[in-house]
Write a protein that binds this ligand. Structure first.
Ligand code: TXE
Length: 462
């Protein structure tokens, strides 16, 4: 772990499992209470100086991006070992993480003058909040950490970061790689089992919790934060619908649909999780997507040509297996896939399901895995109501040749992002967040930066 700029020894540890084998291949430190106190104390001490020099922070964020790129190949190896995804995709995660640091290093948010007249000069400025507790999940450990670190650090906050116990190693290695770049205490990286996350949210030092994970845990985080009125940003699960109107060109969109639903094995908060297809085009879409999914190359992430690795962890593998089995026993049909693969590790056949309707778990819940239900619809009003009849509200997409029509359908959907003829368009400058139970607040862009600041009004009487 990295605490106060130094590598710290630990007493207890826990196993880290390679999802391609199902076997433990390493141990990670289990941060104890004294070490967590030390991490927060170091962050609080470092805050005093770190908040004073914006130019230095910009320079340091660029240096952090350089360090991430310099270490991309080795960090990607660790990431694939613990996360499972193909190593070339892990390399992309590293470069994307660096891009987030560079974007925020350059983000300029001048004070906003809101009144300048004979009686009053008033402006709004942004100040840092203090120490931030950042808690991340196992699907994109480094990218989702960067979404928090880059804006938090730019604003002048200091951070204690905790990765998921399923994927602690790449984040610990990132902390080590940044030791010589960031001043001691500015970024502390600890690891541990789930109770460590709860201890962070209950700790008196952090003033803000930035959390990405499940809805159930997000609610616990919000409850823990309330007692101390800590600020929270919660980026939680999604059950994103894609609505395919009657004027789509299936051949032109199949690959995009495949990548948006099956990328990272479907383990993306804003992946397509249910597809509604106009009945006049349903058979064509089922056929094209089935063919693409059947051709997907599944295997160990270190083998050439592999597109999809294993499901990341045993509970998630059990959950996806159970959701698909119960959909099939309720009358759905897998046009391809449908079963766990008969081999070691958490491999599941990429699956397309027909005959699963709203009201069944595979459609209503977040499967977070390589299994996608396709549902026909006839009337646009009905499918909009179906898409919105959920507590989820992360993303949604509408597909059709008439983009004005598709856009007018998209804007009727109650989610943080709506995309037209694409899905999951995510970039450092675009706000990303969920409506309803999919989250509170947004990450990225000036809006995500603002969430790591307190607004201050400075008013001078004339
Ligand atoms: O998430 P958790 P899990 C969804 C997905 C998946 C489900 C469960 O549907 O099946 O969540 O995954 C830390 N206070 N997503 O169990 O528990 C934990 O150690 C504070 C969607 O892994 O939410 C980890 O670092 N923190 C999601 C982080 O919270 C606590 C991505 C997330 O773990 C805590 C991942 C507590 N009480 C899963 N308990 C997305 N939004 O993309 C645990 N943690």
């Amino acid at each position: 772990m990295t605490i106060d700029g130094k590598s710290v020894a630990h007493i207890d540890d826990f196993d880290v499992i390679n999802p391609s084998t199902g076997e433990a291949f390493a141990q990670a430190p289990d941060c104890d209470a004294d070490q967590l106190d030390a991490a927060f104390d170091a962050a609080a001490r470092a805050y005093g100086d770190w908040r004073t020099d914006l130019a230095l922070r910009r320079e340091t964020l660029n240096a952090a991006a350089d360090a991430i790129v310099a270490n991309a190949e080795s960090l990607a190896q660790v990431l694939t070992l613990e996360q499972g995804r193909p190593v070339n995709q892990s390399v992309i995660e590293l470069h994307a993480s660096a891009a987030w640091f560079r974007y925020f290093a350059a983000l300029d948010l001048p004070a906003e003058v809101i009144q300048d007249d004979a009686t009053t000069y008033a402006e709004v400025t942004r100040k840092p909040i203090g120490v931030v507790a950042a808690i991340t999940p196992w699907n994109f450990p480094l990218l989702l950490a960067s979404w928090k670190l880059a804006p938090a650090l730019l604003a002048g906050n200091t951070v204690v970061l905790k990765p998921s116990p399923y994927t602690p190693l790449a984040t610990l290695a990132l902390g080590a790689a940044l030791r010589g770049v960031l001043p001691p205490g500015v970024l502390n990286v600890v690891s541990g089992r789930d109770p460590l996350g709860a201890s962070m949210t209950e700790h008196p030092v952090p003033r803000k919790i930035s959390f990405t994970g499940s809805i159930a845990t997000g609610k616990r985080v919000a409850a823990a934060a309330a007692g101390d009125l800590k600020r929270v940003t919660l980026e939680l699960g999604g059950n994103d619908p894609a609505i395919l109107l009657d004027d789509i060109d299936p051949a032109a969109i199949t690959e995009k649909l495949f990548q948006s639903a099956f990328g990272n094995n479907g383990q993306i908060c804003s992946a397509i999780k249910r597809v509604y297809v106009h009945e006049s085009r349903y058979d064509e879409v089922v056929e094209a997507l089935t063919e693409r999914v059947r051709a997907a190359v599944v295997g160990d992430g270190f083998l050439d040509g592999v597109e999809l690795g294993p499901i990341q962890n045993a509970p998630q593998y059990e959950r996806v297996s159970q959701l698909v089995a119960s959909a099939i026993s309720d009358g759905a049909t897998a046009t391809t896939g449908g079963r766990p693969m008969d081999r070691p590790g958490y491999f599941f056949e990429p699956t397309v399901l027909v005959g699963a309707a709203d009201g069944t778990a595979i459609v209503d819940e977040e499967q977070f895995g390589p299994a996608l239900p396709l549902i026909p619809f006839s009337r646009v009003e009905d499918v909009v109501a179906q898409a919105n009849a959920t507590n989820f509200g992360l993303g949604a997409s509408v597909w059709g040749a008439d983009t004005d029509r598709a856009t007018s359908v998209a804007t009727q959907l109650d989610s943080g992002s709506v995309w037209v003829n694409t899905h999951m368009a995510v970039a450092p400058n675009l706000p990303f967040g969920g409506a309803k139970w999919s989250g509170i607040g947004v990450e990225n862009g000036p809006w995500g930066y603002a969430a790591f600041t307190e607004l201050q009004l400075v008013l001078r009487a004339r």
